[in-house]
Design a protein around this ligand. Structure first.
Ligand SMILES: *Cc1c(COP(=O)(O)O)cnc(C)c1O
Length: 411
């Protein structure tokens, strides 16, 4: 494809481009004759230099998420961090109990390990969120059992941007003695993250959702918690995650997180304005529904269902001009309506006919206006092919749960 004709990218929730300064520093390390050492080598300066870089990056990540550097364990990404958190804790505490609580709207990198743990004999409770995607802390309190060892609840949802009240959730888990794991892969740079103050026990992070490189992340672990390692080898990362630490990768993550936290509030305000512009533009089409809470969400995501069109046709129609997704990248290969939207009570039809718009640092008003124009044109065209719209409008929307005022746009 001709790069000049590349579609407008509005899929920043699936990944972000690496910040240019971050990429430059990473390349420098890769090309350096002094910074290539093994950070675990203690017998010469090459090792010391690499180790100092790794430890500086650890400080940067810790500072961005409100933990101490000693609590940060490098991983290959949030998927690995989630696996280490889930399998590592339940394995270590297997004599204490074998019950886990999570939510239906979690990322597959939490749900799939949970399914595997069910196959291995653990019991898992999947909490159902309300129609806006929010979990009720009282429902969590009711689901806790004597044998509950771990609660895993994400911070910012990757499909709808909804932010869970982690403080309220941790204050329920703590007195009960259940560890709280939080998948915060989408949080850094979008909203404040404070590991210590929120009372989190384990937290997963990813670099590539925050303008860092792919293939690196971290699990932040409180000293209260013990873990059984999942891989064995040279004892790196205090033996929790054996394997040579990739200096250039973790340096990239450290710099990306430092940058993200320094620009977070002004950037979020700018994104919020763009998101309003996008939503206002889309509502003019009519028959559009916003998915997820408006009040408790980051503005970087906008998830919209389009009534009266077929999801797959809509995605195919906008594809040459607009890079968006329906559901998350990790599940969009499955020709299934989003399980996140279904958990909110959306019908299969409206869950399938949804687009997830992810706004990011490079996004400008022109991108938003182009997206609105493309989506409007294609929705109108597809509705005409389907025999006109609105047709049976009231009946079609009757299966939409608890549409709060202002969340449905009249045609
Ligand atoms: C992207 C993402 C992951 C997976 O992170 P990787 O670093 O790509 O493994 C996990 N959880 C959430 C919420 C995500 O958005």
């Amino acid at each position: 494809m001709n790069p000049a004709a590349f579609p407008v990218y509005l899929d920043y929730a699936s990944t972000t481009p690496v910040d240019a300064g971050v990429a430059a520093r990473m390349a420098e390390i890769l090309l350096s004759q002094k910074e290539f050492g093994n950070p675990a080598s203690v017998s010469h300066d090459y090792g010391d230099v690499a180790n100092a870089l790794v430890e500086e990056a650890r400080e940067q990540v810790a500072a961005a998420v409100g933990s101490t550097a000693a609590q940060v364990i490098w991983t290959s990404g949030a998927t690995e961090a989630n696996n280490l958190a889930l399998f590592g804790t339940v394995q270590y505490y297997r004599e204490r109990g074998r019950h886990i609580i999570t939510a239906r709207t979690e990322h597959k990198a939490v749900l799939d390990p949970c399914r595997e743990l069910e196959r291995r004999g653990w019991a898992v409770t999947y909490l159902k969120p309300d129609g806006e995607g929010l979990l009720d802390p009282a429902q969590l309190a009711g689901a806790l059992r004597k044998d509950t060892v771990l609660v895993s609840i994400m911070h910012v949802n990757n499909e709808i941007g909804v932010v869970q009240d982690i403080g309220a959730i941790s204050s329920i888990c703590r007195p009960h003695g259940a560890w709280l794991h939080v998948d915060a892969a989408q949080s850094v740079g979008k909203c404040p993250v404070d590991f210590a103050n929120l009372g989190i026990d384990l937290m997963s992070l990813s670099a590539h959702k925050a303008y860092g490189p792919k293939g690196v992340g971290a699990l932040v672990v409180s000293p209260r918690v013990h873990l059984s390692p999942l891989q064995f080898g040279g004892g790196q990362e205090r033996a929790f995650r054996a394997g040579t630490v990739a200096t250039h990768q973790v340096v990239g993550m450290g710099l990306a997180f430092k940058l993200a936290s320094s620009m977070s509030s002004t950037e979020t305000a700018r994104i919020a304005q763009l998101q309003r512009r996008l939503w206002e533009g889309l509502t003019r089409i009519g028959g559009v529904l916003r998915n997820g809470s408006v009040a408790h969400a980051v503005p970087h995501l906008l998830n919209v269902s389009f009534d009266g069109v077929e999801g797959e046709s809509l995605l195919a129609a906008v594809r040459p001009h607009l890079a968006v997704s329906t559901g998350s990248a990790c599940t969009s290969s499955l020709a299934e309506p989003s399980y996140v939207l279904r958990a909110l009570g959306r019908s299969d039809r409206l869950s399938e006919a949804s687009l997830r718009f992810g706004l990011g640092r490079p996004t400008r008003e022109g991108d938003i206006d182009a997206a609105v124009a493309i989506v409007s044109r294609e929705v109108v065209r597809l509705r005409q092919i389907a025999g006109g719209y609105p047709k049976g409008w009231g009946a079609k929307l009757s299966n939409v749960p608890s549409a709060a005022p202002g969340r449905t746009a009249a045609p």
